[in-house]
Write a protein that binds this ligand. Structure first.
Ligand code: NDP
Length: 243
């Protein structure tokens, strides 16, 4: 039996893209998945697909910018299954634009979802994992967490922050809790749909042509989970070949 069977895995941003692909793959691999996002109609379809194939899936409406909602999601998983093995802090938005466009509401949204959302997942899960003596956080950064590109200053800042937070967490949690940061390159998803800046939209059309399937990132997440408990895969970059 794989190390993933019967694990209780919470995935934020599970309604599309990487989160959806991860939810489906982990459920197929025997995990109990608990899906969180705002578009519950999507989560309902994914959950029903997973159950019809014999998998275990639950879902909850969650806005990761609201700490109490993330806590409710994590507590729901703990109360339903008695433990929380993995939290995949995946929810993210990427409304790119040059700083001079002063889209300050979009800066706030990226900070709230991409940074605060991850912190809310940690705040909700860490006390439970410490108490039970095991657990794993998988935080989704980006190649934008390794290099900065024009129009992406704030987005990259949030993804650098995800890596910084993950590294701090890794050093603090000690022996029994694993911390993994996954940094995808261009991946097919709805992420670019959040861009409102015309120049950035045009640039992205070309840039995203090389995108790989979200299943590739899901397989990476599966790999990090299925290692033996004394093996922590800390950081992985996965990008389209040749980019
Ligand atoms: P998608 O846009 O397809 O998925 C984003 C997910 O985040 C959706 O399920 C969305 O759900 C959720 N989300 C957004 N805002 C909130 C919120 N406030 N509360 C809860 N959920 C929210 O994009 P991806 O699958 O690509 O994105 C997943 C992660 O991967 C992100 O962190 C992204 O930054 C990262 N990434 C993606 C890359 C790519 O090229 N695709 C490259 C590098 C990193 P809903 O709207 O239903 O709430």
């Amino acid at each position: 039996m794989s190390n993933i069977a019967e694990k209780v895995v919470i995935i934020t941003g599970a309604s599309s893209g990487i989160g959806e692909a991860t939810s489906r793959l982990l459920a197929e691999s025997g995990a109990h998945v608990i899906l969180g996002a705002r578009r519950t109609e999507r989560l309902e379809v994914i959950t029903s697909d997973i159950r019809s194939e014999g998998g275990s899936s639950e879902y909850r409406a969650v806005d990761v910018t609201k700490r109490e909602q993330v806590e409710e999601l994590v507590n729901y998983a703990k109360n339903t299954f008695g433990k929380v093995d993995v939290i995949v802090n995946n929810a993210g938005v990427m409304p790119l634009s040059k700083l001079e466009a002063l889209k300050t509401d979009e800066w706030d949204r990226m900070i709230d979802v991409n940074i605060r959302g991850v912190l809310h997942g940690i705040a909700a899960g860490l006390p439970i994992m410490k108490k039970q003596g095991f657990g794993q956080f998988i935080n989704i950064s980006s190649i934008g967490g390794h290099e900065v590109t024009p129009t992406a200053a704030v987005y990259c800042a949030t993804k650098f922050a995800v890596r910084a937070i993950s590294e701090g967490l890794r050093m603090e949690v000690g022996k029994h809790i694993r911390v993994t940061t996954v940094s995808p390159g261009v991946t097919q998803s709805e992420l670019a749909d959040s861009i409102s800046d015309e120049e950035a939209i045009e640039f992205m059309k070309e840039y995203r042509k090389t995108a790989i399937s979200p299943d590739s990132i899901a397989r990476t997440i599966l790999f990090a989970i299925e290692q033996p408990e004394d093996v922590a895969v800390n950081e992985i970059i996965v990008r389209p070949t040749g980019t």
